[in-house]
Design a protein around this ligand. Structure first.
Ligand code: PGA
Length: 661
């Protein structure tokens, strides 16, 4: 799949997953209490007991809908892409397992994935979850393809605002009633028509199981629905669980009903004993009717809740926390019904409270990001601030994203790779000689010598680090412990060395260093404060097959793409075509430039343009004083990693001087 197509596909994947999670989180947040009944069903099906005071189903319902909504926003905006991809996969795996269990055991009726907004059969739920799982797997494999819509420094604001918004919205929905009623018993529903349909074209799902009995088990449904007077129904599914703080208010409503010609009943599923207890302790004078527990929980998401019926039509509903204000005797029917139409407006207001600040944050953060001057990366080697390369005649290649200026800002580094050469004495002598030469004639690029481990501790104290820095040629992929013969990143750092070469083709080829091993090494080196010179490059057969770009891109991806941009700032890349190493066969300056430009473009895709422009990319492979100048003149070549020619001070100095006019 080409890069372009992959990008488009991943955007679509992100969009589908994001919208699905946002929708499923939001519709549950509209009615968390309703979803908590579903959670309760699941917990009961799993035989899980929990103390009542914990209200575990409701807490779990709130946590789940908040998590889904936040995950959806993360997906849509491309925030914390790797974390989000993994979290999405975990959620999808769990959902798929649950839906398989649903299909096999049918423990609950309707999965509840989208609250009461959309109801799916078990088979539909399974298919939906398998599709989402497939998309989540795609996302985990390509988490970084899409760019985040909000720059990194601003993402915490978006996260915090989203979490607070959805949590507060959930609490509001629990405290009052759902702003959108997805069930049959919404304001405006004609109960009379739903229970005793007068026309044939009523759909089965429109028929209601509303039925009330008096305490002698006589059916009172018709009497209630065909009453001439408006009727207030106090709905208390279980009286022993109802909040008792509102009993006085209910008594006031009862009085008001009596004075204003309203009928009033309390519908409950409680046994007679509980009804008597309630009347005795709360001086309740209203009559009681019996109805099904689930029906009552569906009618009003509050215990107790209040419903106003007129001509068999539901005119308004109130939660226990928001009962109708009838203390004032002049309150009339119109006023009682007036508040019912406000829900749409309230919901719109709430959504705008989320969307407008979010849009503002997205626009502002991107605007500020664009305006921010592109600062050069912190210099990796202290002596090269005085760039004298302004007059460089860089012949830009077509592919290059680099301009003369950005090259000037970037760190130039010439590094020696001594490999397995030099005894301790020879190495110390060479380091001393180089130190003297470079102190006398200051380089205008960073210079590093990477030596075998045995040299590090002896050479480190001798160097004037303002002109010459020290590095190792390798480090272990383990932190510490029983790994005979290995040298850890911490040990390298403790010698005074500042750099380490990792991923050299000789270590990949002769010592079986895989991208995974190298990933460990890179992480440990960076964690221990070392800067990494990371080598990449293709072998001859790969170049002959035209696969060099693919190989190099895979090497980058395999070991470096888990890094953050901050970590990556401490990585120098060295493109070393394996066929040019130690063979005397240098890549032409144009070949080098073409590949360096490609590498930079890849880095830009992964870490952003600014990081890419600040990344030092060295060329390595038979680089000598005679060809260094031509190579370094290329806009994307920022120095060299020198093997053979770094073993003689004069040759190495010749290459370093290629940066001078
Ligand atoms: P070379 O080696 O300069 O001897 O070709 C470069 C390297 O392996 O880093």
């Amino acid at each position: 799949m080409s890069e372009r197509v992959l990008k488009i596909v991943m955007q679509v994947v992100r969009l589908i997953l994001g919208c699905t999670f946002i929708l499923s989180g939001f519709v549950k947040a509209v009615d968390p209490r309703g979803f908590s009944y579903k959670v309760e069903e699941y917990l009961q099906a799993a035989n899980m007991d929990f103390p009542d005071w914990m209200n575990l189903p409701l807490v779990a319902a709130i946590v789940i809908c908040c998590a889904e909504f936040v995950l959806g926003i993360y997906l849509l905006l491309g925030l914390r892409r790797k974390f989000t991809a993994v979290a999405t996969l975990i959620v999808c795996v769990v959902f798929t397992i649950i839906s398989v269990l649903l299909v096999i055991f049918h423990p609950v009726h309707d999965c509840g994935c989208f609250g009461e907004f959309i109801s799916l059969t078990d088979a539909q739920t399974l298919i939906k979850n398998i599709v989402l799982l497939g998309l989540a797997i795609l996302l985990v494999r390509n988490p970084q393809v899409a760019k985040p819509l909000v720059p990194e420094g601003w993402q915490w604001i978006v996260s915090l605002y989203t979490c607070v918004f959805i949590f507060v919205f959930c609490l509001r929905s629990v405290y009052y009633l759902p702003l959108i009623d997805f069930r049959q018993y919404k304001v405006g529903a004609d109960l009379r028509e739903m229970v005793f349909p007068t026309h044939d074209d009523i759909k089965p799902e429109e028929i209601s199981d509303f039925m009330v009995l008096d305490t002698l088990s006589e059916d009172q449904t018709a009497q209630i629905l065909f009453k001439k007077e408006p009727t207030i129904l106090i709905i208390a599914p279980l009286l022993n669980e109802a909040s008792t703080g509102v009993t006085e208010k209910l008594a006031t409503i009862n009085d008001w009903c009596r004075d204003n010609g309203y009928d009033i009943f309390c519908l409950t599923a409680s046994p007679l004993k509980d009804i008597r207890k309630w009347c005795y302790y709360n001086d309740a004078e209203y009559p009681f009717l019996i109805a099904d527990h689930t029906l009552l929980k569906t009618m009003v998401r509050s215990n107790p809740g209040v419903m106003l019926l007129r001509d068999g039509v539901i005119r308004n509903k109130w939660s226990a926390n928001n009962l109708p204000e009838v203390e004032d005797a002049s309150v009339d029917e119109k006023e009682l019904e007036a508040t019912a139409g406000n829900n749409g407006k309230i919901l719109l207001k709430i959504l705008l409270w989320y969307l407008l600040p979010m849009l503002l944050i997205i626009m502002l953060s991107n605007l500020i990001k664009k305006r921010k001057p592109k600062l050069p990366k912190l210099l990796k080697v202290s002596n090269d601030a005085d760039d004298t390369n302004d007059s460089y005649d860089s012949n830009n290649s077509k592919n290059s994203i680099t301009t003369k200026n950005t090259k000037t800002m970037r760190q130039k580094i010439v590094a020696g790779n001594w490999k397995m050469n030099m005894t301790l004495q020879e190495g110390v002598a060479l380091a001393k000689e180089l130190n003297e030469i470079l102190s006398a004639d200051k380089p205008n690029c960073g210079v590093v010598i990477c030596t075998p481990f045995i040299h590090l501790a002896s050479i480190a104290p001798m160097l004037d680090t303002s002109v010459l820095k020290l590095g190792a040629e390798n480090c272990a992929d383990k932190e510490k412990g029983a790994y005979t013969g290995e040298v850890s990143a911490a040990m390298v750092k403790s010698t005074g060395a500042e750099y380490v070469i990792l991923g050299h083709s000789e270590r990949r080829a002769y010592y079986g260093e895989t991208p995974e091993i190298l990933k460990e090494k890179v992480n440990l080196a960076l964690a221990n404060g070392l800067k990494v010179i990371f080598c990449i490059g293709e072998v001859l057969e790969e170049r002959e097959a035209g696969k060099q770009n693919e190989v190099v891109a895979a090497q980058l991806k395999g070991s470096l793409y888990d890094l953050t941009a901050e970590q990556f700032a401490n990585v120098v890349l060295a493109y070393e075509p394996v066929w040019a190493i130690g063979t005397g066969k240098t890549a032409t300056a144009d070949q080098a430039e073409e590949m360096h430009a490609f590498i930079r473009a890849e880095i830009a895709k992964q870490f952003g343009q600014e990081v890419a422009e600040n990344t030092t990319i060295q060329y390595g492979g038979s680089c000598k004083p005679s060809n260094a100048k031509e190579l370094f003149a290329k806009p994307d070549v920022d120095g060299g990693l020198i093997g053979g020619a770094s073993l003689k001070a004069a040759d190495f100095k010749g290459i370093i001087d290629a940066w001078k006019d």
